[in-house]
Design a protein around this ligand. Structure first.
Ligand SMILES: [Zn+2]
Length: 117
C-alpha cells in the first residue's frame, strides 16, 4: 500500500521538489560569481525550475476544481479524490466512486481510460 499516495499529494510533492531543485541550481550559480556568464546561466536555469513549479501549482489548482470532496469512511476526515479511485490524504485509505470496484484491491489502473469494464 505504501507505494500509492493521493494523486494531488504526489503532484504537490513534485512541485515542491522543483522549487528545491531551482534553488539548488541558483545556489550553485553563486559559486561561479567570478564568471558572470556561467552565473547568469545557472540563475536562469534555477528560475526556469521555479517557474515550472509555479505552473505545476497552477495545474494542481485546476485539478482541484475537478476533485470530489468526500468524507473518508476510515478516519472520518474530509478528503479530495481525483478519478475513479484515489486515496485518502490523511490515512491512505483507498477510496472509490465506482460501486463495482468496492472491495476490490486498490489499483491505479482503474483510472486509465483503456480500462473500461
Ligand atoms: Zn482517511
Amino acid at each position: 500500500m505504501a507505494k500509492y499516495s493521493s494523486k494531488i499529494n504526489k503532484i504537490r510533492t513534485f512541485a515542491l521538489s522543483l522549487i528545491f531543485i531551482g534553488f539548488i541550481v541558483m545556489y550553485v550559480g553563486i559559486y561561479f560569481r567570478t564568471s558572470p556568464l556561467i552565473m547568469t546561466i545557472f540563475m536562469i536555469l534555477g528560475l526556469l525550475f521555479v517557474i515550472a513549479s509555479t505552473v505545476v501549482y497552477f495545474w494542481i489548482g485546476m485539478l482541484s476544481t475537478k476533485t470530489i470532496q468526500v468524507k473518508c469512511p476510515n478516519c472520518g476526515k474530509p478528503t479530495k479524490m481525483l478519478g475513479r479511485v484515489d486515496m485518502c490524504m490523511h490515512c491512505r485509505e483507498p477510496l472509490t466512486l465506482d460501486q463495482n470496484l468496492v472491495g476490490k484491491e486498490f489499483d491505479e489502473k482503474y483510472n486509465k481510460k483503456s480500462y473500461n469494464k
